[in-house]
Design a protein around this ligand. Structure first.
Ligand SMILES: Cc1cc2nc3c(=O)[nH]c(=O)nc-3n(C[C@H](O)[C@H](O)[C@H](O)COP(=O)(O)OP(=O)(O)OC[C@H]3O[C@@H](n4cnc5c(N)ncnc54)[C@H](O)[C@@H]3O)c2cc1C
Length: 399
């Protein structure tokens, strides 16, 4: 057992930090003002290899593995959480799902461009009926007509849909078959008529890297863009969420770390009643708890990544890591606000900015209660969390 990060991953982490400081930090205020999706910045990140760590070199990845993904996602979120979305849309839930379930032709056509940031991805599962029961409440319909499927319905909260070139979308090909009637598709929103993405106004989050309500009206998808078989979509989605949970857990760790950084910085500088806040015992309690929680969540997340690197099933580890990381981050959000007092509300201190992303990630990729249900049912022996069969790139797992 070795708890040290391999030294090359420390280098990877430093390179992420440098790229954000040099290319993103100086321009973001102006970009938010301009209001356009920052395609060039996503591309810079892709070209720097930030999205391809878990992908084989044959598709343009660096084959560094999932531990590298966790390190990169944590570091991006620690400094610019709005770009953390890219670790799902450009790295895990979108292109890795295509790598896992796609034909060789689909992989060649979509994966290299997505992980290089040349194409913008998305992962369109949730609908208004309740994201926690995505398959059960799914109303979006795909009807086969000759060599095409015709899609009608709507999706909710779909991140990057307004900029997307190629993403994964789920629809029911057989509405009478429950979750067995769901099919996955690779959709290219700009390829034809009938795909509309309306950004959802959310003042506390970025206005350019954003989520959307999506409407599909007779939107056509060629049969060759079906991902997997008809009726296999639920398995595709659940498998994709395991990968998504790795980056979401790591992103929450990065945000919790950002809250801890801000808290220690502020508590050592701010003098109240003749002493730095950090000298007061009640403030120290908050800092101590944050520090322990962040480290525990990081270890759990990195262990999940390690399991994935061994090719072992990691659904149980994913649920635990995501749940613990979201608890750690929520505690950190509360503590950083308490330590900053009234200044927590001033934009200058970024407390609200980090808190908004923590709240968002607390629900994303399965809300906290959904993780708790999974963890408890596994512990009680009702449902083995690792029961799902997994695909090609989880080489050692049972097929
Ligand atoms: C900013 C943002 C970006 C997003 N991006 C995407 C995206 O790109 N693609 C995508 O597909 N989705 C995306 N989502 C959707 C996200 O995955 C859902 O919000 C999430 O799955 C929860 O669904 P819901 O919001 O409908 O909550 P609901 O399902 O309505 O749940 C509400 C609350 O009830 C709890 N709950 C639900 N069921 C139970 C139960 N059985 N027992 C106890 N408690 C329960 C949940 O834990 C939650 O706290 C995004 C969401 C946000 C906010």
């Amino acid at each position: 057992m070795d708890f040290e990060l391999p030294s090359h991953l420390n280098d990877v982490r430093d390179s992420v930090r440098r790229l954000i400081a040099a290319e993103i930090e100086p321009v973001m205020a102006e970009r938010e003002h301009r209001g356009e999706f920052p395609r060039d910045l996503v591309r810079k990140m892709g070209e720097a290899g930030l999205f391809g760590a878990a992908f084989p070199e044959s598709v343009g990845g660096s084959a560094l593995g999932f531990l590298a993904v966790a390190v990169i996602a944590e570091e991006i979120s620690r400094f610019r959480p709005e770009f953390g979305y890219c670790m799902n849309m450009q790295a895990m839930t979108c292109p890795f799902t295509i790598l896992n379930w796609g034909s060789e032709a689909q992989i060649r056509r979509f994966v290299p461009d997505l992980i290089a940031g040349r194409k913008i991805g998305m992962f369109a599962l949730s609908e208004t009926g309740g994201g926690s029961d995505a398959a059960g409440s799914m109303k979006t319909r795909a009807e086969r007509k000759g060599d095409r499927y015709v899609l009608n319905g709507s999706k909710m909260w779909i991140t990057f849909a307004d900029a997307c070139d190629a993403g994964v979308l789920f629809a029911k090909t057989d509405p009478s078959a429950g979750h067995r009637g769901v099919t996955a598709f690779i959709v290219e929103p700009k390829s034809g008529k009938g795909f509309t993405a309306n950004p959802i106004p959310m003042k506390s989050l970025s206005s350019i890297l954003r989520s959307n309500a999506v409407f599909l009206e007779d939107f056509e998808v060629p049969v060759e863009n079906r991902l997997g078989q008809e009726g296999e979509g639920f398995k595709v989605a659940m498998n994709a969420l395991d990968y998504g949970r790795l980056t979401v857990a790591a992103r929450l760790v990065g945000l919790a770390q950002a809250c801890l950084d801000a808290s220690t910085g502020y508590a050592t500088e701010r003098v109240v009643g003749g002493h730095a806040l950090g000298r007061y015992q009640m403030i120290q309690h908050l800092i101590a708890d944050m520090s322990v929680n962040v480290e525990a969540a990081r270890l759990m997340t990195q262990r999940m990544a390690w399991l994935m690197d061994q090719g072992e099933p990691a659904t149980r580890a994913a649920a635990r890591a995501k749940y613990l990381a979201s608890q750690a981050a929520r505690h950190a959000a509360q503590a950083v606000a308490e330590i900053h007092g009234g200044y927590a509300l001033a934009d200058e201190y970024k407390v609200q900015y980090f808190t908004a992303y923590i709240n968002m990630l607390n629900v994303g990729e399965g809300a906290a209660n959904v993780q708790r249900i999974l963890i408890a049912e596994d512990a009680l022996g009702y449902k083995n969390a690792n029961r799902h069969r997994v695909r090609r790139h989880d080489a050692k797992a049972a097929e």
